[in-house]
Design a protein around this ligand. Structure first.
Ligand code: AP5
Ligand code: MG
Length: 214
């Protein structure tokens, strides 16, 4: 059976990164995440300015920049015969239409989480500066404060995880990305998952959605 092509949709803090790690471990798929790719290239000069200016304000980076990242990552996955999990893209309907031109998908899943819970998760998130593993001060604390359980790296807070920027990111999600959720819903194959469950319960539901599609 070939590896699945999976799309994860959900607001900031819904658990896309957390569940992508499970998908990579279980199915061996490539993790294609525009957020991480942009964070690694925050000061890259483009004709639209640098990603940093948009990201630190909680706004979307212009489509040509992110479309190029995704196109390159998906063609690399296709060349090596891998499946993928797309995390953080598409974020508006133009991106969704572009994606439909360059690949098909086996599963699109949406994590539904309330705004209060999202703010709590984002402001409490800590990320390993070396390996990128996610922690949370309350929901997924590391064994030793500030130190990554996986690699011993330093845990940091993302620049866009302040309450003010997190609220702007939620507003941008509602305005631009909820229509994308409807776009996939209209196609009739969106798996809606209760993202407020524990990470293990969310994973069970996600795995069922992937197995059902295969
Ligand atoms: P990006 O990095 O994609 O951020 P995001 O979509 O805002 O999502 P997050 O990474 O914040 O949340 P997540 O869903 O991955 O949650 P996580 O698993 O970490 O994008 C950042 C920026 O880049 C954007 O604002 C934009 O500027 C730019 N950008 C990116 N893509 C773009 C695009 N396509 N177009 C234009 N611009 C783009 O979980 C969050 C926390 O909750 C963690 O601490 C975790 O431990 C905890 N947690 C996870 N699951 C649970 C659970 N079930 N219960 C309790 N806690 C949980
Ligand atoms: Mg993420």
């Amino acid at each position: 059976m070939s590896q699945p092509k999976i799309l994860l949709l959900g607001p900031p803090g819904a658990g896309k990164g957390t569940q992508s790690a499970n998908l990579v471990e279980t199915y061996g798929v490539e993790h294609v995440t525009t957020g991480d790719a942009l964070r690694a290239n925050k000061d890259m000069e483009t004709e639209h300015g640098t990603p940093r200016e948009y990201m630190e304000a909680g706004e979307l980076v212009p489509d040509p920049v992110v479309n190029e990242i995704v196109q390159a990552a998906l063609s690399e996955a296709a060349d090596s015969g891998s499946g993928f999990v797309l995390d953080g893209y598409p974020r508006n309907v133009d991106q969704a239409e572009y994606l439909a031109e360059i690949t098909d998908l086996d599963v699109a899943a949406y994590f539904d989480v309330s705004d209060d819970e999202l703010i709590d998760r984002l402001t409490g998130r800590r990320v390993c500066d070396d390996c990128g593993t996610n922690f949370h001060v309350k929901y997924a604390p590391p064994e030793e404060e500030g130190v990554c359980d996986e690699c011993g790296g330093e845990l940091i807070q993302r620049d866009d995880d302040t309450e003010e920027t997190a609220r702007e990111r939620l507003r941008v999600f509602e305005e631009n990305t909820l229509p994308v959720v409807e776009f996939y819903d209209d196609e009739g194959d969106l798996a809606r998952i209760d993202g407020e469950q524990s990470p293990d319960e969310v994973w069970e539901d996600l795995q069922s959605a992937v197995e059902d599609a295969q």
